[in-house]
Design a binder for this molecule. Structure first.
Ligand code: ATP
Ligand code: MG
Length: 429
């Protein structure tokens, strides 16, 4: 096939075989967030490039090398969103919904775009569910975010496969003092740092902590620790968070090297990581960004949020065999009709049944093929029952009711009694 008729590298179709699992995952998260009182917000996929530069930070992987940026026909520089926080902050400011200290607990879902090297768990169009909370500054809300994800892992059967890593980056003042100490230390070991880290030392020194380079990691063993530079307020905040996680019984490890790739974080940062996905091990990540709203032109507004990668979590459900059994069956009842008159009757009968059983998954395959081929399709659909409507059944106003999964013999059921009968034998979700 010519290249222009193929999907763009790193941007995937999600095929009908895969969508049930996606919908199960998305539905589980949406229900959970609803139950905790979070409300959905939907932002555009494209924003002014400047928005991301200002919020994410010029010297970050995303802004330096991962954004899909283009000029539109007016000559404005636009960017396909690489993450959701920037647009969400833009939206709440634009609509004034965090003004006067108003609390907002918001969540969003949708595609994000980053020009990275595609591999398992890393794509150029990927999907996140994220949430942002504005105007709550205490550690209780940081804890709520983590507690919710912990519940989610429980519902999905993933608790044993994920680990929580935590760190505190302090306020911008204490982080500034730490940055100075770190730069001084690293400058004294400049020749032992990898090239990327040497560059980052000048532009974004905290990111050196993030390095994958073994030599640089060895140098970092003796580097100053953020924990020793934390201001009292950040320290108390961090202790408050840990106490709440302990109270709920959520295990965590403190990772002093966890700095996250974006500039806007302060105080709490956290990641849920797994060893089940190879190198792409972070499934959910977030933290507090108390300075961001002000930095973007709003009043000082505390904020905290996270985002999880849907592809990685779907991969995990598959890898750990946590795909619910019932997803393999998308049809409850399959109606086969034979002959023109029976077909018409089948259509109106099926609509009557749908009126009475709106959740019934009923597929009608009127007129297509022989009895045998229709029956094969009914069986292949995974349906529990086939309904058969031919000339004889039509004359008697009945249907043949045939269990397809070995639950008894075929019987004849009057049209008027059909909905009631189906209600007793198909468990509806
Ligand atoms: P990584 O370190 O894996 O690059 P990140 O720190 O860049 O992740 P965030 O910006 O925090 O990621 O995004 C939150 C989550 O979104 C990640 O934890 C991950 O699950 C998912 N994610 C990020 N980038 C991608 C991608 N290119 N493909 C698939 N999922 C991704
Ligand atoms: Mg990344």
């Amino acid at each position: 096939m010519s290249k222009s008729l193929q999907a763009i590298r790193g941007m995937n179709d999600i095929l009908p075989e895969q969508t049930p699992l996606w919908r199960y995952f998305e539905g589980t998260v949406a229900r959970l967030l609803d139950n905790y009182g979070y409300r959905q917000i939907r932002m555009p996929i494209v924003e002014f490039t400047e928005l991301f530069k200002r919020s994410i930070g010029e010297v970050t992987d995303i802004v330096e090398k991962e954004m899909y940026t283009f000029d539109d026909r007016n000559g404005d520089s636009l960017t396909l969103r690489p993450e959701g926080t920037a647009a969400c902050v833009r939206a709440v400011l634009e609509h004034g919904i965090t003004g006067g200290g108003q609390v907002q607990k918001l969540w969003y879902i949708g595609p994000m775009f980053r020009h990275e090297r595609p591999q398992k768990g890393r794509y150029r169009q990927f999907h996140q569910i994220g949430l942002e909370v504005f105007n709550l500054e205490g550690p209780d809300i940081d804890a709520e975010l983590i507690v919710m994800t912990w519940r989610l892992w429980g519902e999905l059967g993933l608790r044993d496969a994920v680990k929580l890593e935590l760190n505190s980056l302090g306020t911008s003042e204490s982080r500034g003092r730490y940055r100075e100490a770190l730069v001084e230390f690293l400058s004294a070991h400049l020749d032992k740092l990898d090239e990327d880290s040497q560059r980052r030392l000048k532009t974004n020194p905290l990111r050196v902590l993030d390095t994958k380079n073994a030599d640089t990691q060895a140098v970092l063993v003796d580097a100053p620790k953020m924990a020793d530079y934390l201001d009292d307020e950040s320290r108390a905040h961090f202790e408050g968070l840990k106490a709440r996680l302990d109270a709920v019984g959520i295990p965590y490890v403190i990772n002093p090297k966890l700095v996250r790739g974006l500039d806007y974080y302060s105080k709490t940062v956290f990641e849920w990581v797994t060893d089940k996905l190879g190198a792409q091990g972070t499934v959910c990540a977030g933290g507090r960004y108390d300075g961001l709203v002000e930095q973007m032109g709003g009043k000082p507004t505390p904020g905290v949020g996270f985002a999880m990668g849907i592809e990685r979590l779907v991969l995990m459900l598959e890898a750990l065999d946590k795909v619910p059994e019932e997803l393999s069956r998308q049809v409850d009842v399959y109606l086969c009709a034979f002959g023109e008159a029976a077909e018409l009757a089948a259509l109106s009968l099926s609509e009557r049944i749908r009126d009475q059983l709106p959740n019934l998954r009923l597929q009608i395959n009127a007129g297509a093929g022989s009895f045998k081929s229709q029956f094969k399709k009914a069986d292949k659909s995974g349906a529990l029952y086939a309904l058969i409507l031919g000339d004889d059944e039509l004359a008697q106003q009945v249907v043949g009711f045939k269990p397809l999964r070995g639950q008894g013999e075929q019987q004849s059921i009057a049209w008027d009694a059909l909905a009631a009968h189906l209600a007793t034998c198909v468990v509806q979700g």
